[in-house]
Design a protein around this ligand. Structure first.
Ligand SMILES: *Cc1c(COP(=O)(O)O)cnc(C)c1O
Length: 342
């Protein structure tokens, strides 16, 4: 019997092999490996795909989140020590970006149906020091509805989207400003990751920020290039967090095929939805009028390890997302006072 691995990246590259090879040759022959037209075009195409006014291509998803938060501090929109609310079950990168910027992550239990932060969680947790929420569209499911949007607006909170897992998803409630319904265009700013395993993966590390706030985008563009707005003119103590031309060229091809990729994932999820039928397995739920892009198909099961073993024996690869949550990991376990440590 054929084995079904959890993920086969070579197979995905194979689907676009001719186009990827052609683009790689174009970059090699161009003699321009950074700050070129592939990156510029990718930024335009990405912003357009999610209804944001602009984008800055950066080195990876963590850096995208870090640059957003550090730029808000430079702009005076956030102060060191301000509280940022984030779901406790996110990938640790969301939290590391908050601590890196000198802000205070406040971890909240997610909604047990969507596995995402909800309005109730924010209302319970918001204090006079809360200035932002990080909405993580976990597993490809948009973390956004009318109540959450209203709660953010009423409390004057910046909304930073961690869109590492949900490129192409849409939510029922529209953007904070503008009319996008795509993740990446919903909040004040959004971070994307193009880590190879994401729905759109680079052939290495890459990430991006989208926003409709040009002051933010310009600050991030400078900050991620040594803090320099013009050559040799450094206005911030910056970083080197740029995306290179090769990754941008690869990603332009992947982005062009995003709809096919999402359709393929949705078809597979529909099969799982229809065919998995077991009283002990809790399947993912999708809210009305939202488009889930199935970065992961997450099930809950009391006998998780036995289920995983059973599937492994049948040649089916699975993974645990995430095997060690942030409240257990030594680096971040002190981040939440109100979630009991298991
Ligand atoms: C992958 C991921 C990141 C980090 O992206 P990198 O490109 O690996 O730095 C951040 N947040 C979430 C939710 C992710 O899944």
């Amino acid at each position: 019997m054929d084995k079904i691995p959890f993920l086969d990246l070579a197979k995905i590259s194979e689907m676009y092999a001719a186009e990827l090879r052609e683009a790689a040759c174009r970059v090699i022959d161009s003699g321009r490996y950074l700050h070129g037209c592939e990156t510029k075009q990718f930024e335009l195409e990405l912003a357009q795909s999610c209804g944001a006014e602009g984008a800055v291509a950066v080195s990876n998803g963590l850096d995208a989140l870090r640059m957003i938060l550090r730029a808000y501090i430079i702009m005076g929109e956030l102060q060191p020590g301000d509280e940022v609310i984030v779901a406790a079950n996110t990938y640790i990168a969301s939290i590391l970006a908050i601590t890196d910027a000198g802000l205070k992550p406040v971890l909240v239990e997610p909604d047990s149906n969507t596995y995402n932060l909800d309005a109730e969680g924010v209302k319970k947790t918001v204090t006079g020091r809360t200035r932002a929420i990080m909405v993580v569209h976990l597993y490809g499911n948009p973390c956004w509805d009318k109540e959450l949007k209203q709660t953010a607006m009423e409390n004057n909170l910046l909304v930073v989207e961690d869109n590492a897992q949900a490129i192409g998803a849409t939510a029922s409630a529209g953007a904070i400003s503008g009319d996008s319904r795509f993740t990446g265009g919903l909040g004040n700013a959004a971070a994307f990751s193009f880590y190879p395993t994401k729905n759109i993966g680079a052939l290495g590390d890459a990430g991006a920020v989208t926003s409709s706030d040009f002051e933010l985008l310009n600050t991030i563009r400078a900050l991620s290039n040594y803090g320099s707005d013009k050559r040799y003119h450094n206005i911030y103590q910056g970083f080197n967090c740029r995306m290179d031309e090769m990754q941008a060229a690869m990603l332009r091809i992947k982005l062009k095929h995003l709809n096919e990729e999402t359709t393929r994932r949705s078809r597979i999820a529909e099969i799982y939805n229809a065919e998995i039928n077991h009283p002990d397995i809790i399947q993912p739920k999708v809210q009305a009028n939202t488009k889930h892009v199935w970065h992961q198909y997450i099930v809950r099961c009391r006998e998780r390890n036995r289920l995983q073993q059973h599937l492994a024996q049948a040649g089916i690869g699975t993974d645990i997302h995430y095997a060690v949550p942030p409240i257990v990991n030594p680096a971040t376990k002190s981040c939440s006072a109100d979630i009991p440590c298991p």
